[in-house]
Design a protein around this ligand. Structure first.
Ligand SMILES: [Zn+2]
Length: 390
């Protein structure tokens, strides 16, 4: 059942071509039908956004949990985590699986497969992201080293089979033996190969990209630091111009580094890498079977002190990019929606406010805080008193 046609008026509409002041957006059958500025066409049903920002709904490529739910703990927790992030503007998300024993991964991939593509209130699950097990021991971060594996095409095939076509991204350390073949195999199977949790040199990084990798997993984190004589995977990713994830929480990456990286012109992708503790507050949690301590919003492994995912939400990543790193709202919207949709090859379906695309959108106030969220033309979250319907 499609929601009735609706025209949003008087918004600062962020489109791929730029921001339309006093913009309007006509929505029909759950999709954007027309976009313009100035006097809107006559419509039976309108919502006046009173000058608020209208951005495409956020697409999170890296999410482990939120709202007290580890998305891989059970199907119910998966739904809970997705619903939590929806309140922060996420309208599409991958579910990220940390390195774990293979039988656990097979089960979790099956849960995500069941939930993928099911429409309902809340964010749309686009599939799963395997963060491991083909990662480097040297840069495993919060990934449990006990369960890391060498690149193994047969194992990837087994995992993909359990996901029934919903495995979308796999993170691989390109310097491991057999990694380049695995990257090529992933790509041939329609799975995005991402580079990360890797000690790769610049040359090893470029080899991974030449083999077909098209995404860097949380750039700068879980990889050798940039050095002017050995720029490593950071240098390889930025010079090759592949999509690069950023955990823009002010801790995983310094605001100035986010400024600098944006100036390279690389297609950046804001991700949360959020864990169950997100939105809950400080305390003790578990990630991939390991104890995590959250203090002042920073999650660290109790055992090693390594950063263990984040407590970030997509709206905060956008706010920080604009407020602390000098990105334009349009740049932030591209990184939060358009670029991630393109990474998955879904940009003709979603990820921008343009005619023909699914009407997923976030209304942000002047401080870039979510005032309302729309999925496929239906309001799914509205702050009271915001919208004047009809
Ligand atoms: Zn992660």
């Amino acid at each position: 059942m499609n929601p009735p046609a609706l025209t949003l008026v008087d918004a600062r509409v962020v489109t791929p071509e730029g921001v339309l002041d006093r913009g309007w957006v006509a929505i029909e059958a759950g999709r954007f039908a027309a976009v313009g500025s100035g006097t809107p066409p006559a419509a039976a049903r309108t919502a006046d956004l009173d000058g608020a920002w209208l951005l495409p709904g956020f697409v999170d490529l890296h999410m482990h949990g939120g709202g007290g739910h580890d998305a891989t703990a059970s199907p119910e927790d998966l739904d809970g985590a997705v619903a939590f992030h929806h309140t922060h503007g996420t309208t599409s998300t991958l579910v990220s699986l940390v390195t774990a024993p293979v039988p656990d991964l097979l089960t979790q991939l099956g849960w995500v497969a069941v939930r993928t593509g099911v429409t309902g209130a809340g964010a749309r699950v686009l599939g799963s992201h395997l963060e491991g097990p083909f990662l480097s021991h040297v840069r495993c971060g919060a990934q449990n080293p006990e369960h890391l594996r060498e690149p193994d095409p047969a194992l990837l095939q087994e995992l993909a089979r359990a996901a029934r076509g919903t495995l979308r991204v796999v993170t691989i350390a390109p310097e491991l033996p057999g990694a380049l073949e695995l990257i090529a195999a992933a790509r041939a199977a329609g799975i995005v190969a991402a580079l990360g949790h890797s000690d790769a040199t610049y040359a090893q990084g470029r080899a991974g990209i030449a083999a077909g990798a098209s995404l860097a997993t949380h750039l700068c984190n879980g990889m050798r630091p940039f050095h002017h004589r050995e720029p490593g995977l950071i240098g390889a990713s930025l010079t090759a111009g592949i999509a690069c994830e950023l955990i823009n929480d002010g801790s995983h990456i310094h605001p100035a580094a986010a400024t600098l990286i944006a100036r390279t012109g690389a297609p950046l992708v804001l991700v949360t890498d959020a864990i169950d503790a997100t939105g809950v507050g400080d305390g003790t949690f578990v990630l991939g079977g390991q104890q995590v301590q959250v203090r002042d919003g920073l999650a660290r492994l109790t055992r090693t002190g390594s950063l263990a995912g984040s407590t970030l939400t997509m709206d905060e990543a956008v706010r920080r990019a604009v407020r602390d790193s000098g990105w334009s709202v349009a740049q932030a919207a591209a990184a939060a929606a358009t670029h991630p949709a393109r990474v998955l090859g879904l940009d003709s379906r979603l990820g921008a406010i343009a005619p023909g695309l699914l009407a997923d959108a976030v209304v942000l106030d002047d401080d870039l805080r979510p005032a309302a969220v729309m999925s496929e033309g239906s309001w799914t979250r509205v702050t009271e008193g915001l919208l004047q319907l009809e």
